[in-house]
Design a protein around this ligand. Structure first.
Ligand code: DC
Length: 233
């Protein structure tokens, strides 16, 4: 009998550790990890490579349509089961994390045409199950039928500390107050944008990882997976 392969949606604010949790759970289960934020980052990178800024295309649907038609984004599963993003035929990874990409991605990801193109790609990847996808609208919009939905949270001081350390490791030194302001601004944008704002799905399980180790949070999710699969993995 073939083992059932479920789909898992993980949503939450930025700097809660969604991608780390999604990657760890996917690895334990032998599933694919889909980082949906990376897809929006790829589109932001494409825009920068066109020499454009988001404000030049904002409120101009036909220019956005032309922008999307100029680029291809493919998601390929590597031999190790890793999801690779190929923008215009080239595999992208480090460039997606550039500060200039981070600076424009929230605007690009707010365009409905970009969102519907990314949603189609995300649903295609999840079509056969065996996927852990993290983002802002996965349990609410992309995979409302996901077998397990998780809304990941952490207290603001804990998120500030995590984000400050992450920036520090990249040689960017900011005061806690500046990091906090930045996170609050991103939270506001994520939860107040007109299309697919960040919300907890009504049937999502809340996981607060403020005081959990990486192993503890993974084990908590693995317990939920076990309940769903009836201990059959
Ligand atoms: O998680 P991240 O920082 O890599 O996300 C990058 C951007 O994409 C961020 O502005 C939020 C947005 N995003 C989104 O709108 N929907 C998703 N499912 C995932 C990310």
């Amino acid at each position: 009998m073939t083992e059932r392969r479920i789909s898992i949606a993980i949503d939450g604010h930025s700097s809660c550790g969604k991608s780390t949790l999604a990657r760890d759970v996917a690895q334990r289960l032998g599933y694919a990890h889909v980082d949906s934020g990376a897809m929006y980052r790829a589109m932001a990178l494409a825009l920068l490579r066109d020499g454009l800024t988001p404000s030049e295309l904002a409120d101009n649907e036909s220019a956005q349509r032309e922008f999307l038609a100029r680029h291809t984004l493919e998601a390929k599963i590597s031999s190790e089961g890793k999801v690779e993003l190929w923008l215009d035929g080239k595999k992208e990874e480090e460039a997606l994390r550039l500060p200039e990409v981070a600076a424009v991605v929230s605007e690009v990801s707010a365009w409905p045409l970009v969102r519907s193109k990314m949603h189609a790609l995300q649903r295609e990847l999840a079509a056969c199950g065996g996927v852990v996808m993290d983002g802002r609208d996965i349990g609410t919009v992309v995979l409302p039928e996901a077998d397990l939905k998780i809304f990941l949270t952490a207290s603001l001081p804990v998120r500030v500390e995590r984000r400050r350390k992450e920036l520090e490791s990249k040689g960017i030194f900011l005061r806690n107050e500046e990091v906090e302001e930045n996170l609050k601004k991103r939270d506001y944008l994520d939860t107040h944008r007109p299309f697919d704002p960040l919300r907890k799905a009504s049937d999502a399980r809340v996981l607060d990882n403020s005081y959990l180790t990486r192993e503890e949070q993974t084990m908590e999710v693995m317990r939920w997976v076990q309940q769903i699969l009836g201990g059959s993995f």
